[in-house]
Design a protein around this ligand. Sequence first.
Ligand SMILES: [Zn+2]
Length: 239
Amino acid sequence: MTEELRLHWALHEIDEQAVAREHVLAKQPEARREQTARVTAARVALAAIDQRLAESLKRRRVLDREIAAYDVQEKRYEQQMLAVTTQHQMEAMQHEISAVRAKRDVLENEALERLDAEERDTRTRPEKAHALERAEAEAGATVARLDAEAATLKAELLALEARRAETAAALPAATRTRYEKLRAGRAGRAVAAIENSACGGCHRGLPPHALQEARRREKLLMCDGCGRLLMLPPEPGAA
Ligand SMILES: [Zn+2]
């Protein structure tokens, strides 16, 4: 294997490692957003219960006042009943009283239904509060893990960058420029390994004569599909 090929293979391995790390880093924002979304959802669920409870309590205070007002009205009619003199007046008054009672019954039913709903919400609230605590703790742990992972990956990327610069510096200027341009234009991968008779970058198959040429390990080939430099991995023990 020529020095040019050896250097390009070294660059290929550095770039593959860098691309893999960039790939992991690129997934981080989504993982972070997912944690934020979970905490937000848990917070919204708890806030919804609290809001429902507060509104129900407010409504029940109004109902209690209205029910008390109907009670007063009913008592007043009952007082007036004592003063009626005709059967007709009596029936009219009884009619008024049952109308007031019917209205009060409607409000009392609503108040009871609200009490039931409040009880249900009060029962489920601790569970929701606990879910929020859990989501916050998990998010905290996940973000800390992601931060640590990002710090490691960035340090490794810096080290790879240094190794790449050092390796590329050993190439002739024109060859180095070609490599740098390809790397910039091909998503960080300038050199592809030939795998299963195809380009490891775009998987385009190679014609037999190209494979034969590659086996001589004398010069780099160029992929017709993606334009990357192509080479067979070094033979075991040859590197
Ligand atoms: Zn290709």
